[in-house]
Design a protein around this ligand. Structure first.
Ligand SMILES: [Zn+2]
Length: 388
């Protein structure tokens, strides 16, 4: 059984220990300050006897260190070193997660926690529902006041049936045993947790939420950054916001309203354009070629469905149509047995460079980078040739 020295002192990173087992890459020590990970916090890395520890894990009552290619033997007394920068970042991140979730719950009291994830690359908490950005704003402000107040973070062990347990944020059903490790942050938060935390909230430095994204059926992931990293991320987002104000030509305080207005306008224009395109196709007079009606036009829309619907209608009338629309797309439909749409498209594709396919009565193609009028003329003349 490995002695879990990290429980006694979360700040020790250099120590000496004796090898008690070696199983390939995995080395077990008598006692260790390497945290094996757990509760959403990533494991420690570092070195043992000068060799790299790439991973640490729990295995029954033991803690195993992965030391690839090691030549250690049972009884070796080795100098060990936890990668302190990594570990301290994880401790601070874990403490920040307690503060952040508490702050979010103050804004949205019914909020539940689903999962946490604390690694050097990313830190987030998954909550059981989407929450408004206004709640995130309030939570981040409160969280930073907790950090600025430099409150003590203490750990204690409580009995499962202790009446005081009522005050504790805990999922008792997820915890085994009668003794429960509880972490208290000043008089702000008290939660069951067996991870490693800092001693004072000030060590977190700063906390900043930079992303709120759906986590599918789990709920919503709230990503956060801490310390110097939080300042850098905040600055990056501020610069992005300023770039957006330049693009939109608005002031920072108006940028949300401006963007919302533009979006509404764009949606309005799109649907008007769709309607206009449909009317344009509807009102076109056909040319008569070889006794058939031929409709050919460029349509000012990016909406493939509008074009396909109109083409299907012409085909049902026994006519032939060629429609070219946004981005060099084309639809050819034919209700006349003389015109095989695939033939029309593949001939145009080999002439102009592009691709297309479908059925004899209906085919679609794309001619990226080719002028719309040129595509139209090519398809139209191919279709006419078949009708003559
Ligand atoms: Zn914790």
């Amino acid at each position: 059984m490995t002695e879990e020295l990290f429980r006694q002192d979360g700040y020790a990173s250099e120590f000496e220990s004796i090898v008690t087992a070696v199983d390939g890459d995995w080395v077990t020590l008598e006692g260790t300050f390497f945290y094996p990970g757990g509760g959403g916090q990533a494991c420690d890395t570092g070195s043992i006897g000068g060799a790299k520890v790439t991973e640490t894990r729990r295995s029954g009552d033991d803690i195993q260190h992965r030391v690839p290619g090691n030549e250690f033997a049972v009884g070796d007394k080795l100098w060990c070193s936890v990668d302190w920068d990594r570990r301290y970042d994880l401790m601070r991140g874990h403490t920040a997660e307690h503060i952040l979730f508490n702050s979010l719950q103050r804004q949205v009291p019914e909020l539940g926690i689903v999962k946490i994830f604390i690694s050097p690359e990313s830190k987030y908490v998954i909550v059981d529902r989407d929450i408004p950005l206004e709640a995130v704003r309030g939570a981040v402000a409160f969280a930073n006041s907790v950090i600025d107040d430099n409150l003590p973070v203490t750990r204690s062990v409580m009995e499962r049936d202790d009446p005081e347990m009522e005050r504790v944020r805990v999922h008792l059903e997820r915890i085994e045993g009668d003794e429960i490790s509880v972490v208290e942050i000043g008089d702000v938060d008290i939660a069951a947790c067996s991870g490693i935390h800092v001693m004072e909230t000030g060590e977190v430095g700063a906390l900043f939420v930079d992303r709120k994204v759906s986590a599918g059926k789990d709920g919503t992931a709230i990503h956060f950054r801490i310390g110097e990293d939080a300042r850098k991320a905040a600055n990056e987002l501020a610069m992005t916001c300023m770039e957006v104000t330049e693009v939109l030509g608005s002031k920072p305080e108006d940028v949300v309203r401006t963007a919302a207005n533009m979006r509404a306008e764009l949606e309005g224009s799109r649907s008007m354009l769709k309607e206009a395109a449909a009317r344009l196709m509807e009102s076109q007079e056909p040319e008569s070629v070889g006794g058939a009606m031929l409709y050919a036009m460029t349509v000012p829309t990016a909406d493939r469905k509008i074009v396909s619907d109109a083409a299907e209608k012409r085909r049902a009338e026994g006519a032939v149509c060629v429609y070219v629309f946004a981005g060099g797309s084309a639809v050819v439909a034919s209700g006349d047995p003389r015109v095989d749409c695939r033939e029309v498209l593949s001939a145009a594709a080999s002439e102009l460079g592009g691709r297309g396919g479908g059925k004899p009565g209906f085919a679609q193609g794309g001619f990226p980078g080719v002028d719309q009028d040129r595509i139209l003329e090519c398809l139209r003349s191919r279709a006419s040739a078949l009708l003559k």
